[in-house]
Design a protein around this ligand. Sequence first.
Ligand code: SME
Length: 163
Amino acid sequence: MSYIEIEYPQEKAAFYDVLCEQIALYADGDNDPVAVMANASAVIKQAFPGVNWAGFYLADGNRLKLGPFQGRPAVTRIDKGTGVCGTAWELGESIVVEEVECFEGHIACDCNTHSEIVVPLFRRSGELFGVLDMDSVTPAYFSEDDRVGLERAAETLERLLGL
Ligand code: SME
């Protein structure tokens, strides 16, 4: 399969309709977690011009381990309750950070990052599977509409991965 560059709608709900379709399209009928998340991180990075890192951290015991991603090399382990990712796990909800320097305990991976969003992915049992993490070089890049849209993307992934 070859990647076809598409133009995303400006309007957020329509944008996320297309993003979810693209994530499903490039899963290509596969439910292998690495294949699905690798292509999902590529689709997401392509769709957001202001995003410098997009990828997954996966629950492993009481910590998160680095999963498929696009961007600069990143920290490989994050304990539950630490950083933005581990805090999203502890709270069991998405976190939108307008300026990472103002988030106490933020774990810096790329010094160009200003804002970040972390969206949890859950198994049907309610247990955390992992988190989708996105960073931007622009302060306050992620809005409330993005949180809603990316939670829809996370639901799409939960379905594709058969969680
Ligand atoms: N900033 C994250 C760490 C991962 S990098 O952003 C890729 C955090 O504070 O959990």
